[in-house]
Design a protein around this ligand. Sequence first.
Ligand code: FAD
Length: 452
Amino acid sequence: MAVQPASSDGQHRVVIVGAGFGGLFAARRLSGAPVQVTVVDRTTHHLFQPLLYQVATGILSEGHVAPTTREVLRRQRNARVVLGEVVDVDLDARTVTSRVLDQETLLGYDSLIVATGSSQSYFGHDEFAVHAPGLKSIDDALEVRGRILGAFEMAEIETDPQRREAWLTFALIGAGPTGVEMAGQIAELSRQSLCGEYRNFDPAQARILLVDGAPRILPAFDEALSQRAAEHLRGMGVEIQTGAMVVGVDADGIEIQDGDGQRRRVAAMTKVWSAGVQASGLGRLLAEHSGAELARHGQVQVMPDCTLPGHPEVFVVGDLMALDGLPGLAEVAMQSGLHAASEIRHRLDGDTTPRRFAYRDLGTLAAISRYYAIGERGRVHLWGLPGWLIWLAVHLVFLTGFKSRVGALFYWTASFFGRLRYERTITLQQVLARRALETAPQSAPHMDAPPA
Ligand SMILES: Cc1cc2nc3c(=O)[nH]c(=O)nc-3n(C[C@H](O)[C@H](O)[C@H](O)COP(=O)(O)OP(=O)(O)OC[C@H]3O[C@@H](n4cnc5c(N)ncnc54)[C@H](O)[C@@H]3O)c2cc1C
């Protein structure tokens, strides 16, 4: 095990676990502070998750939405980046253990910020994951891209009309923002971008199903906005099936249970799961070690200042934190990360009075298609082109790094005005890996898997 040395100059050591929105914003707020910041993450990048669906549908490249953390923090002299999956936190010894392959690293801390986010929940049916990937990582987005574009290739060489129909059926399970955005983008891809490229079928025949057990799509939005989004999607050719629970998923399709209890099967080779979330497994670990309570989706119930009960030196922020029913949103993660870092700065200045985390709601947006988004901030509702322009501006401002912004703007111009998709490359390896995965026996559970 590699033991990272304690700060040689006696500086306060801040370890931040997770380089997502919460972790990165906390690290940046500590820029220039008399502390030594270590950001440890199991990936090498900071991921802008809200645009993953554009990577999955060929609009953006992975580089646009996932700049390397090392590059993002290169000018922050008091910060360093360590690759590793954190597998243990010793709250008494104040150490964090991370692992990559067989290399273990032990990091000592004076303050700890845990921002490890959440992963997909299959509601106790983890066996669905192999057939219906979620959209939480770059790996997921590239796999989904391979599945979608690979399905059109398979439809071109398929001679059985029923199987071709199954290759051309795309099931989006879960009608929150991710499912809705994916449905809109697959509709645009099939009706516009792929037009005229195949000889044995018309890609516009593709059937796009958006399925959810809830009575309406986008339940977090106002009902009138959700209805507008549904009408717009229907106009694009998306079939919306609400009040319909997906109760089975296999390599060739899904089984749906309708409100009347009747079950039916839909042949669909491509499935994407965005129906539920589960907080990172580190939440469970912290709860076991500290006695903190866990909320419904495994988030850690924190004190009003975002600290772990009984451990004022440990902050839990972002999707992993349960506080005042705040939703799992990027803005909540950023603001709570900033709050944790500010608290550390205040303490170093000698002010030890804990401050309550006060979330400022800046509103939520969901892009349904090009030129059409919905947005809500308090009583102000936006839809259509005005909503889309705000969506565009917000995403440009928040995308991390100048290079990503310029690149994304260029690619968006090509996609939104020219209907082009520059990122349509898929590899045979992805197709083969998918086959191997779908037929292989279940592998050992991942750390983030919910407890049996
Ligand atoms: C597809 C999608 C679309 C979304 N769209 C929107 C949107 O439009 N608007 C919005 O506000 N929010 C959106 N969200 C939610 C938003 O992205 C999250 O709320 C936000 O990313 C949470 O930030 P976080 O820092 O808590 O976690 P994350 O951003 O998930 O970051 C967690 C980090 O921790 C790392 N990590 C996890 N476990 C470990 C471990 N054991 N050891 C080391 N590192 C670890 C991960 O690699 C990751 O880098 C979306 C999410 C998804 C998945």
